[in-house]
Design a binder for this molecule. Sequence first.
Ligand code: NAD
Length: 322
Amino acid sequence: MSEILTKETVEADTVISSIQQIKTVSVIGAGTMGNGIVHVFAQNGYDVHMIDIAQTALDKALANVSKNMDRQVTKGSLTEDQKSAALAKIATYTDLAEGLKGADLVIEAATENIDLKMRIFQDIDRLAPAHAILATNTSSISITRIASHTTRPAQVVGMHFMNPVPVMKLVEIIAGYATDKSVTKVIYDLTEHIGKVPCVVNDYPGFIANRILMPMINEAISSLQEGVAGVEEIDTIMKLGMAHPMGPLQLADFIGLDTCLSIMNVLHMGFGNQKYAPATLLANMVQAGYLGAKSGEGFYKYTPGSKELVISDRFADKKWRP
Ligand SMILES: NC(=O)c1ccc[n+]([C@@H]2O[C@H](COP(=O)([O-])OP(=O)(O)OC[C@H]3O[C@@H](n4cnc5c(N)ncnc54)[C@H](O)[C@@H]3O)[C@@H](O)[C@H]2O)c1
């Protein structure tokens, strides 16, 4: 394994230019994605600072990481000792300034909301070491726009992990208009170093992954809304007919309906094209707090500890069965 330098060896004003200089990774947001990102970096020997405004989110995330590592231990891909070593690498913070101390790489994985991300990046820029690379896990928001809220746009890059992070191989790397090529290269190398597969794309709304995936999910929701078919039929058709591992409605629940709505809004605004308008049913469900797996109900109902797929009562209408 390559040598990891001590922090003292990274000159305060020299931007990180190789992965050997990265020792401490601060992850902002301990939700669905944040805990997975923390998991992967801790398992790969990095000191990880996990930051969230909510202590409950941090506690839940730590418990999740531990539970997911237990699964790896059961499968034999991680030993108990490796699990303990990885967990010992994670420190949690509700104070942003404390959590950013000594960071060589910051990965922002907070809620998908443009105004929130702009504010967070202004704060990160003020508080994180000058040499640090600032990455965002945003699913769709312009990297160029986020970078413009910092004094170091050349050091801002998109590092879009897929859910669930410990399992999914792809990382979509997004080069903003001002991102320095050497920064993109460091993130590319780092992605490979942590066992993932990088794909570099340019900064357009939704990048590639969500420009293609999210209109499909939105169309599935519109089809449900129009009564073309039921939840089970839509998901079964896409699973068995297109060999998708999960139907689009189940996937929407898994991603979070609020995140799906935010991404559709970004595509709609970014391209100015009506074809990206979010389905009314999606907007209604988000407004009513039915956010999918994380809130306990979306198109399906979720009971902690149960893997059974139960359609939400609202959509369980039997009229779909002849
Ligand atoms: N869910 C997915 O499948 C998925 C996939 C790829 C990328 N993403 C992106 O990852 C990011 C996070 O999504 P998620 O699904 O994990 O969301 P989430 O709602 O599960 O978690 C967001 C977390 O951010 C925290 N947060 C909010 N404001 C904060 C602040 N100011 N400082 C620190 N923490 C703050 C919240 O408390 C919450 O714990 C979004 O940008 C999303 O688009 C999500």
